[in-house]
Design a binder for this molecule. Structure first.
Ligand code: F6P
Length: 322
């Protein structure tokens, strides 16, 4: 029997609860004990934890957010903070830690493993979908659908007023949400951090779109795009596009909340279970992912810090279809 700690860390994403449920239920099936840690690495440092039962994870799969709570923890970024976390794990006789989160979470987990020989397994959960080693991260599909529904609504009002809208979606360093919602929402222009867009090119693309006399024009922009986001882009465009009734809408944190889609619940269930199985099989410092519909185990240190490839064919497609 192993004692496994589990936490959620960084920005929450819909499906974290479904992943937790799968961790707990699989661990119990395999005869292990699970300790739930509240508030991510902060809770680990503060010894804010307790054993979790199968009943504790009933009726949580459909809920957004995370019942464990989450945090971005500055103390864990220091060696001292990580030493405290490792000694709390030792004190509670934890054999391993399962961390559910994104790139920041895995960077911390990787250092904890390196400095203290702690066995950490990562479950990728971030709406940004920017981790290498999995085709999709938990929460991405839900965020896409939330953003797409919002864009559909914006399209209605844009159409009613013949307006030009700049819609900013989340993605600090990655344009996955912008790219796919841009296509799904039929946007006229998509701006991503992965593709350098000069202001002149943005202006000429917009002029082309506007000259087609469509009743509405939507630009989808990732928050991490080098133009600086929708507000800054609007300022830059204003002098040349003053005759158009331009509006800005920042979708923001609504993209992080809400009930996970079926696809996210299934992904979270598979990955939560796979993390425990990976531990059982003796894996250490790895992330579990799904690649081509199969579970794949990737060394944790390979999953963050580099850009996951965006599908430029989709960007091209959006240009053809706009
Ligand atoms: O980590 C995902 C993410 O949604 C980013 O796209 C976004 O920039 C960030 O979180 C916002 O984080 P916070 O909730 O701390 O403002």
């Amino acid at each position: 029997m192993k004692t496994i700690g589990v936490l959620t860390s960084g920005g929450d994403s819909p499906g974290m609860n479904a992943a937790l449920r799968a961790v707990v239920r699989t661990a119990h099936t395999l005869g292990h004990k699970v300790i739930a840690i509240r508030l991510g690495y902060k809770g680990l440092i503060d010894n804010d934890l307790k054993e979790i039962s199968g009943a504790d994870v009933s009726n949580i799969m459909q809920r957004g957010g995370t019942i464990l709570k989450t945090a971005r923890c500055d103390e864990f970024r220091t060696q001292e903070g990580r030493s405290k976390a490792a000694s709390v794990m030792k004190k509670n006789k934890m054999d391993a830690l399962i961390t559910i989160g994104g790139d920041g979470t895995f960077q911390g987990a990787s250092l904890l493993g390196k400095e203290h020989g702690v066995n950490v397994i990562g479950i990728p959960a971030t709406i940004d979908n920017d981790l290498v080693g999995t085709d999709e991260t938990i929460g991405y599909d839900t965020a896409l659908n939330t953003a797409m529904q919002a864009i559909d609504k914006i399209r209605d009002t844009a159409d009613a007023h013949d307006r030009l809208f700049l819609v900013e979606v989340m993605g600090r360093d990655a344009g996955f949400i912008a790219l796919e919602t841009g296509i799904a929402g039929g946007s006229e222009l998509i701006l991503l951090p992965e593709s350098l867009t000069k202001l002149d090119e943005v202006k000429s693309s917009l002029n082309n779109a506007l000259s087609e006399q469509k009743r509405s024009t939507l630009v989808i922009i990732a928050e991490g795009d080098e133009t600086g986001g929708a507000i800054k882009l609007a300022e830059k465009l204003k002098p040349d596009f003053s005759k158009y009734d331009m509006r800005v809408c920042i979708l923001g944190h609504i993209q992080r909340g809400g009930n996970p889609t079926a696809r996210d619940r299934v992904l979270a269930s598979r990955l939560g279970s796979a993390a425990v199985v990976a531990l059982d099989e003796g894996h250490s410092e790895v992330m579990v992912g799904v690649v081509n519909n199969r579970i794949k185990v990737t060394p944790l240190k390979m999953t963050f810090g580099k850009k996951k490839d965006i599908n430029f064919d989709l960007l091209e497609l959006s240009r053809t279809l706009r």
